[in-house]
Design a protein around this ligand. Structure first.
Ligand code: FAD
Ligand code: MLT
Ligand code: ZN
Length: 472
């Protein structure tokens, strides 16, 4: 093994091969659900170095775990506990390679932090619309590897829809330059779309070409308290009708989730959370003017008040106030961590069926595990709920999760399947959901996925055992 480490040091320089204490930050996942131990962490600085690292690992049959910002929520970016896997960190590869204003594309290396990418696009006069709570530390490579969603999917789609091309190092250490940046290309199987969402199991993304959009003239944010989930759905329907493509965000938050933010971050001054069981956050983007956007919002909220769908609402008066409202929404995940260990379910259901799903799942869980607390929030515009369970207020939350996670998740996922949904809307499968996938995906689909994995990575060295369980 040590000869592999020496070879890797020869490729990237000894300073970029980390071991022991220096590697520890790469060995634990963001949620502290997985603690691994790496043979070493290797930090290449170029695509050629990534290719050489993969060749060396393949020759020695050493497994590689690609890692970007390590903000993933399904424990797919950290090594297992065997001290035999190499973590390949892309963080040094963060360059912006090119902005093409006429093609409306940007090409960046995989380790580029999402926020840097947004700011670079902004400085060039464009919008890069992928936006999520971890944007200050997640990387575009990780975003593509997980096909991240976030808060503007309702208008611009997931990471996959924003990606026009990828540069990939294969499991054999070859470089595939698929960065063309074409909006149309029907020359056979779409390899880019296979790589996107493959969670580091099919290839290592080293760079990507991404779509840019015109910057809107104005973005406005509103916060509304709604009496029921049915009303939240009605408001979403109205917003689609009246705002059409101007609707760029529609987020849902339950009272308990907002209460957690209020308890752990009282300085954020959560509005209206005591008034109704649900609040929604809406965002509108307008290409005419702020006055026009404000007029559209006023008309929407007037109709909603008349129909009794909304009990109370505010439209942010300034960019700062809009930012503060979004900050509250983005703080739910952190407030959950402050409260203790929790069980995450990142699910999607047809929007129309969400109220019935929540009623059914709440009832089944309350009966099976008394004391559970429901942290329910997410991207309602996409039918994507973070239907999370917080341990009861009293007692050891880690022990609660260890004892009840299988039962609780089983109930939630069975209900999701009964309502025609998916057990992973945006976070992926990784390590944590791998054993659940065969229960909720057809055997035909799983066989095809295994065949794809074998074709791309016959030695099974890229993030082995993630997404698909090891065979035999
Ligand atoms: P990592 O965590 O490092 O890796 C994630 C996976 O991708 C791993 O399987 C890893 O092996 C693989 N990978 C990483 N880089 C590469 C590469 N270059 N090539 C091949 N494989 C690679 N996710 C959402 O979808 N929507 C949200 O709204 C959202 N909000 C979040 C909010 C918070 C506070 C946090 C902590 C997380 C949130 N996430 C969200 C989850 C997470 O941020 C995303 O999954 C993100 O895309 C991961 O990027 P990363 O660079 O941190 O990847
Ligand atoms: C979010 O939408 O905030 C994220 O996906 C994070 C989470 O589920 O906690
Ligand atoms: Zn989310």
């Amino acid at each position: 093994m040590s000869s592999v480490i020496e070879t890797l040091a020869g490729i990237v320089g000894a300073a970029h091969v980390l071991r022991g204490e220096d590697a520890s930050g790469y060995e634990q996942d963001w949620r502290r659900r997985a603690q691994g131990r790496a043979l070493c962490v290797v930090r290449p600085g170029s695509t050629q170095e990534v290719a050489a690292v993969v060749q060396a690992c393949a020759a020695a049959r050493v497994a590689i775990v690609p890692q970007g910002g390590n903000t993933g929520l399904v424990a797919g970016s950290v090594p297992d506990g065997t001290s035999t896997q190499v973590v390949l960190s892309l963080r040094r590869m963060a360059a912006v390679r090119a902005v093409d204003p006429h093609n409306m594309t940007i090409t960046v290396e995989a380790g580029c932090i999402l926020q840097t990418l947004q700011e670079t696009a902004d400085a060039a006069g464009f919008l890069f619309p992928l936006s999520l709570g971890a944007e200050g530390s997640c990387t575009i490579g990780g975003n593509l590897a997980t096909n991240a969603g976030g808060t503007q999917v309702v208008r611009y789609g997931n990471a996959r829809e924003l990606c026009l091309g990828v540069e990939v190092v294969t499991a054999q250490g070859q470089v595939w330059d698929g960065l063309a940046g074409l909006r149309k290309d029907n020359t056979g199987y779409d390899l880019r779309d296979l790589i996107v969402g493959s969670e580091g199991t099919l290839g290592i993304i080293t760079a990507a070409t991404l779509r840019l959009y015109p910057k809107p003239a104005a973005q406005l944010t509103a916060w509304a308290a709604v009496p029921s989930l049915e009303d939240a759905n009605r408001l979403l329907g109205l917003a689609h009708q009246q705002l059409a493509a101007g609707l760029t965000g529609f987020e849902l938050m339950n009272q308990f989730a907002l209460g957690l933010v209020d308890r752990h971050y009282p300085q954020l001054r959560v509005p209206m959370w005591r008034e109704q069981p649900w609040c929604v956050l809406l965002e509108i983007s307008d290409h005419e003017s702020e006055a026009h956007a404000r007029g559209l919002f006023e008309r929407l909220l007037e109709t909603a008040f008349e129909q009794g769908i909304v009990a109370d609402a505010i439209v942010a008066e300034s960019i700062k106030q809009a930012h503060d409202l979004w900050h509250i929404r983005e703080s739910i995940t952190l407030a959950q961590v402050e409260e203790g260990f929790n069980i995450k379910h990142d699910i999607s259901i047809p929007v129309s069926r969400i109220p019935d799903f929540v009623r059914a799942a709440d009832a089944a869980l309350t009966q099976a595990v008394p004391g559970v607390r429901f942290v329910n929030f997410g991207h309602l515009g996409d039918g994507n709920l973070h239907y999370n369970i917080q341990a009861p207020a009293e007692g050891d939350s880690r022990a609660f999760v260890q004892q009840h996670e299988e039962q609780i998740t089983g109930i939630v996922y069975d209900t999701v399947s009964a309502f025609g949904g998916s057990i992973s809307a945006e976070h992926g499968i990784g390590e944590l959901k791998r054993h659940k996938l065969p229960l909720h995906k057809s055997p035909v689909a799983l066989d095809l996925m295994r065949a794809v994995k074998t074709a791309f990575d016959p030695l099974d060295i890229l993030n082995p055992g993630r997404v698909l369980a090891p065979q035999g």
